[in-house]
Design a protein around this ligand. Structure first.
Ligand code: 13P
Length: 248
């Protein structure tokens, strides 16, 4: 199995000054980190992050990509544009995009396709809402979300990353227990195995209030291949401690 993959999602946080100091603090503490790592920054800061991360062990990521290739789509950013800034990873289908921007499973699947077509690894986010968990629908929801992406990207599905982010755990301080995370990750792994002989190439990340205190126990689960971290990725010491937990 490849090394763990730890991805920070800054969401809509940052400024030129704040980013510069956060990145410098993170980069100066990377000694001993041997997991894979990336930061998904807001689009206006891609150029700043590209130059500050150049030559480092931290890869550059984006938070979204248009489902269109190019054209009259005001406000959208295409996969080819992201590629121009050496973007390596791109989140697609984050629950905040699904919830506030009406992204459907079909749109998310096309976004993954756009990223793959220019050599960017899509990090496909799936996860159930609290009411869905309480109704016993967790497995059905995440399988439906992943199935759309598998259907649209069949032959290159082994090139994606999957992130399981239970919606009720995002930004709430509530975390899935390691056993809950492992249970869903195992379901996703089985679904990938049915779709490709190379399912072991796909990293399945956990996201949702992952922090310096709980990272180790989540990462110890056999099917938790890394983390997708929101709030705690904005604090250099916390993020570094999670990178170190993933490097053991
Ligand atoms: P938090 O770590 O802030 O809960 O956010 C998780 C997330 O949505 C990462 O994409």
């Amino acid at each position: 199995m490849a090394s763990k993959l730890m991805v920070g999602n800054w969401k809509m946080h940052g400024s030129l000054a704040a980013n510069a100091s956060l990145l410098s603090e993170i980069l100066s503490g990377m000694g001993g980190v041997n997991c894979r790592a990336a930061l998904c920054v807001p689009s206006p800061y891609l150029t700043q992050a590209q130059s500050l991360l150049a030559g480092s062990a931290l890869a550059l990521g984006a938070q979204d990509v248009s489902d269109h290739e190019s054209g009259a789509y005001t406000g959208e950013v295409s996969a080819a544009m992201l590629r121009d800034f050496a973007v390596r990873y791109c989140l697609v289908g984050h629950s905040e995009r699904r919830q506030y921007h009406g992204e459907t499973d079909a749109v998310v699947a096309i976004k993954a396709q756009r990223a793959l077509s220019v050599g960017i690894t899509p990090i496909v986010c799936v996860g159930e809402r609290l009411a869905e968990r309480e109704a016993g629908l967790t497995e059905a929801v995440v399988k439906r979300q992943l199935a759309a992406v598998i259907h649209a990207n069949g032959h290159c599905i082994s090139e994606i990353v999957v992130a399981y982010e239970p919606v009720w755990a995002i930004g709430t301080g509530l975390t899935a227990t390691p056993e809950q995370a492992q249970g869903v990750h195992a379901v996703l792994r089985t679904q990938l195995q049915a779709a490709t002989a190379q399912a072991e190439r796909v990293s399945i990340l956990y996201g949702g209030s992952m922090n310096a205190a709980n990272a180790s126990s989540l990462l110890a689960q056999p099917d938790v291949d890394g983390g997708l971290i929101g709030g705690a990725s904005l604090k250099a010491t916390d993020f570094l401690s999670m990178l170190k937990a993933a490097s053991r």
